[in-house]
Ligand binder design. Sequence first.
Ligand code: ADP
Length: 720
Amino acid sequence: MPLIASVLLPLPLPEAFDYAADEAMDLHVGDQVAVPLGPRLMRGVVTALRDATGHNRPLKAVESKLDDTPLTEGALAFLDWAARYAVSPPGDVLSMVLRGLRHPLPRPITGLVRSGRPPTKPTPARLKVLEAADDTPQRASALAAAAGVSAAVVKSLVEDGALLAVSLPAPDDFGDPDPNLPGPTLNPSQAAAAEVLVEMVQAGGFQAALLDGITGSGKTEVYLEAAAAALKADPHAQILLLLPEIALTQAVIARVTARFGAPPAEWHSAVPGPRRRRVWEAVATGTCRIVVGARSALFLPYRKLKLVVVDEEHDGSFKQEDGFVYHARDLAVARAKIEGAAVILASATPSLESLWNAEAGRYRWLRLSARHGTATLPDIDLVDLREHPPESGRWLSPVLKAAMAETYAKGEQTLLFLNRRGYAPLVLCRACGERMTSPDSQSWLVEHRYSGRLVCHLTGFSMKKPDACPHCGAKDSLVSIGPGVERLEEEARELFPEARIAVFSSDTAPDAESARTLVQAMEAGEIDILVATQAAAKGHNFPNLTLVGIVDADLGLRGGDLRAGERTYQLLAQATGRAGRADRPGRALIQTYAPDQAVMQALAAQDRDAFLNAESEARKEAGLPPFGRLAAIILSAEDGIRLETYARALAAAVPNAEGLEVYGPADAPLALIRGRRRKRFLVRADRMVDLQAFLSTWLARAKPPSWVRLQVDVDPYSFL
Ligand code: ADP
């Protein structure tokens, strides 16, 4: 019987293409196939098969079925759901799913064993090698070193047949986690939360829980109990642990390894390609049971996903804003639902969205309100900068300086938190007032002193800092305005010339390895003062850290988007939560010009609920998330006039709809990036409205011409 196979390709196309298929190929839905597209062959996935009898349009044929593991029904359903949710082509999601297959497999490692055949010429060197070799295969280089001979001698024995080459298992093979290893003894509130989660996992099927526990309360220990239960309940169960930052993965991997006696697979952009290819295959075949990864780990082809944990679920880094736009927390819940898995969202400062779901009873709500053991929460004080101003051109108030001196004298550590990379956020000319801006985005250039360059943090544009003002030509007239972490380090060095000071930002710790080195140095007490951006504010345990100074608490409140207050609260609560773990009491000082702001009061009083209730009320009144829904449409084009013309056409095509408003087009706050003009629409809808259906209908009525780039951002987090 002739068949037609619908094959989805990893391309931004609206739907799967039909190909003729031969029954002998024995195709199934989910199979990976090679199909012709224009002049080339492409990898695709079969999404449907139907009888071709009576079909008389000529179709190109599927070229071949590929060996790679087929995608499961769950993976395909998730792919569809994600595409619909994001109002994006399903091929864009498929391209993320197949990304792990782009790399070659790592080369197999061969080892040598004695074959039992004596060598034809038993020279002393050759005999030494045979003595060093035994029945466990060893690499040729190890064997040569052990026998103290050259590689050529070993090679000659292989050619001679006295040594036999065999494939060694990859050293980093996926070990089987042992859920029966003993975990720590949980304290009563941890045990109560763990019990609920274990029951949830044992019951099977989709259920969600919010693990809402203050920093240091032991959330990790608790969710690892749920992981143990999932592994015990099903010998094939797989677990996904999502983290917002690569910098956090090492610590979690170490804890998972210690708990289950086998390392989990790591998945993020810094993992080498061949290794990713192996992880992809092992996840697809089910031999890899636990994955610890960044948001893209959501798109791996799990065979039997039973538990998803989203740690630091409130974190904005879960939102992917380039290419396929999605929020990993929301997709994690969707994937769990589709796969019939449990999902645990963990945070010390949960998002309003998750709290709302917990309050409504859709998520089990588990609270841990005390730190484990004798560790106490830090004392938090506001420093009113109007009363205690720093010296001119300096950023640390006398109060904070005194606390730092005290801490240093006791041999304890300080963390100075400033969420701003580089040396100074603005460079201007003293002579003519010109501000140095980026030519491709018109945003301010940030001075980086380590590299001597001015950098646009938005587009990556950078230039050497000029000696003279490019506008008026005045020499040595450029001055740095405001502080970044590098400048703060300079100030700390002046104050404490003997102290060991380090900077932790994405510039000093650009990859997992350098982040780990810094974290380890801090843990080992090799740093007295750590000046850090948010890269170091999350998740780490520094036992000797007893003072956290928030240098500019008002920073996040400027710019004022929807979540500015919430985000500031979350970030500062995380940062202050670093102080005082184990049994040393900690303190946090928050420098602010607005101590009366609700956020600052809530932080000082450590009264999260009062703050969130007030935030919630305000959002409810305005119908904003989580009480309403938002979507942004971002248009960009090189030609501003043509862009305006299309934006107007799109505005005219807005369909009539109840419970929904469309705002715009307006110039985006970042009206120019890399030479492209940008415009935005914002859609607000009541929760009951099918926002995605509305967007699809609308966009179909005014399709963008090829010279306009159109991006849909459902539930936007950035309003730039
Ligand atoms: P959270 O994730 O809530 O910030 P962690 O799980 O990292 O908290 O726990 C904080 C610290 O307390 C860690 O060093 C952890 O090992 C320790 N800890 C938490 N619970 C226990 C327990 N029941 N027994 C022993 N140590 C614990």
